[in-house]
Each structure stands twice: as C-alpha cells, then as structure tokens.
Design a protein around this ligand. Structure first.
Ligand SMILES: NC(=O)c1ccc[n+]([C@@H]2O[C@H](COP(=O)([O-])OP(=O)(O)OC[C@H]3O[C@@H](n4cnc5c(N)ncnc54)[C@H](O)[C@@H]3O)[C@@H](O)[C@H]2O)c1
Length: 274
C-alpha cells in the first residue's frame, strides 16, 4: 500500500469485507479507524489491529461528520476513507417495488438502502472532500457491488441503490480527480459474509447464495487484497470477480438480449415459485 496513506477510516469495519479491509490495511502499517453500527464488533476488530473503534450509523449525516471531525482532531488527517457499510433485504413476495418484507423486514427497505448504500457515501464526501482538497489530495474507496453494474435478482432496492453508488463514485472521480482526489469503486459478486448467510470466521466459501454465486464466492480476505492492489494501481473500477467486466460489455452491447437472459436466469433460480 502506498506510503502516502497513514490513516484510514473503514465503515462497516466490524464484520465481513470491512473487517478484512481493516486487517489488511493494518498489516500494511496504516492506522485504522474501525467504524460500525455495532460498537462491540468495531471494538473487537480495533483491539485486534491496534486500531481505533468508532460507533456510527452512516445513514446519519451528523454522525458521519462527527466521525471525520473526531478522527482528524484526535488521530490526524484521514488519507483514505472506505465507505463499505451496506445493507440488502431482498424483495418481499417477489415484488420489485414493495416497501416492506424480504429477508430482514424494516419499515421501508428502499429508504434504508438509499440512505446506507448511497447517502452515506455522499455524507463522507461532504465531510471530508473539502479537507482533502485543501491538503492537496486523498482517497475514497466506495464499496458498491456487481449489482450496481448488472442487477441483483430478487433485490430491486439493493440493485438500484448500488447503481446510484457507482454513479456517485463516477461523479466524484470526474469532478475532483484533477484536484488530487483518487476514487475507486468496488463491484464484487458473492463474498462469504453474513450478507449472504455466511458467518464471520465460518471458514467456508460454500453455499449461502441460492444459485446466485455463478462465478464462485470469494473470501473477504481475497476481496481486501484485490482492493488494496486496485488502490495501489490507481484503478477506478475494482472487480474482484473479473467476469463482471464481460457481463457489463454484453449488457451495454445489447440491452434487450441481456434483459431476456436475466429473465431466463431468474426463472432458473426461482424454479416454479417465480
Ligand atoms: N457479501 C457480498 O456478497 C457482497 C457482494 C457485493 C457487495 N457487497 C457489499 O460489501 C459491503 C460490506 O458487506 P459485507 O458483505 O461485508 O456484509 P456484512 O453484513 O458482513 O457487513 C456489513 C457491516 O456494515 C455494518 N453496518 C450496517 N449498517 C450500518 C450503518 N447504518 N452504519 C454503520 N455500519 C453499518 C454492519 O454492522 C456490518 O459490520 C456492503 O456495502 C455490501 O453491499 C457485499
């Protein structure tokens, strides 16, 4: 990892991909602020890596602002901000536009996905971008998903919000790249975390994703390594599953054909239920 990066914040650092990123950055000699909604999980990871735990709800703009301000006051300038916290709930009753239900019912899954998967990235940029520009540079890494380039069958709110996350990262890079702001967006397919039903430390990359894992399930550590390589190479688009680039070309080459193919894939996944 570049020696320009001394201090990094990782949201959703308490579990899964975020935890793996925290551990990898720490091994590279970077001081890591482990920020998570789950204070206990953040503390456990921070204790492991001699980092700093910070309890935060990234869908609360004032809380994200406080995360940035406290870190810069008490620890030092943030060189890298990894917006990793994210949620997905699944469509209720196979209805792409429904508000409630799914795997993990909340009042309005669309609002939750929008606030956590998109606005949290905007809040981080609002809080940190002016500081980074004044210092002459900095790095944002936004964890989106292959669903933000293609689609997540069975989760419309997740797919739409991850597309928005990719679009926001593009705007950040286009608008601020020449001011020394480096931006990467990460678009994995399946990764072995609680999000797809695999517990931290389960030590397996098997199962959990009901046939959606066509190109295999990666371990969080593999994704973290891929992200660090991507940052070091200065890449905007980081694809831990390289097949996603081909799917994206097929989609943009013939959109109607791609939709028909996805409908077939959905029928296959749903069996008779869909
Ligand atoms: N696992 C996958 O297959 C997969 C694939 C593509 C993209 N992603 C993305 O990777 C990112 C990390 O997910 P993961 O798979 O590690 O899931 P995970 O559920 O294991 O971890 C998510 C972490 O985010 C935290 N979090 C959730 N809401 C929060 C909030 N409001 N404020 C602060 N922290 C919050 C959780 O406490 C948890 O520690 C997400 O953005 C997810 O969409 C995951």
């Amino acid at each position: 990892m570049s020696n320009e990066i001394r201090i990094a914040v990782v949201t959703g650092g308490g579990h899964g991909i975020g935890r793996a990123i925290c551990r990898r950055l720490s091994r590279d000699g970077i001081r890591v602020i482990v920020a998570d909604l789950e204070a206990a999980a953040a503390s456990t990871v921070a204790a492991d890596i001699d980092g700093v735990a910070h309890s935060v709800d990234v869908s609360d703009e004032a809380a994200v602002q406080a995360l940035v301000e406290t870190t810069e006051r008490d620890i030092g300038p943030i060189d890298l901000f990894v917006s990793n916290a994210g949620v997905g709930y699944g469509d209720a009753d196979s209805n792409a536009a429904s508000k409630q239900g799914g795997m993990n019912p909340v009042d309005d899954r669309w609002t939750q996905c929008w606030n956590i998967n998109v606005m949290a990235h905007v809040y981080a940029a609002r809080a940190l971008l002016p500081r980074m520009i004044e210092r002459g540079g900095g790095c944002f890494v936004n964890i989106a998903s292959a669903a933000g380039l293609l689609s997540q069958i069975g989760d419309a709110a997740y797919s739409a919000s991850k597309h928005a996350a990719v679009a926001f990262a593009e705007s950040l890079a286009i608008t601020h790249g020449e001011q020394g702001i480096r931006v990467s967006v990460v678009c994995p397919q399946a990764v072995a975390t609680r999000m797809i039903g695999i517990e931290d430390d389960a030590g397996t990359t098997d199962g959990g994703f009901g046939g959606n894992d066509v190109d295999g399930i990666l371990a969080p550590d593999e994704v973290a390594d891929c992200i660090v390589d991507g940052i070091a190479e200065g890449r905007f688009m980081i694809l831990p599953h390289p097949q996603v680039a081909t799917y994206l070309q097929r989609k943009s080459g013939d959109y109607d054909r791609w939709i028909a193919g996805m409908q077939r894939f959905r029928r296959q996944l749903m069996g008779d239920e869909g």
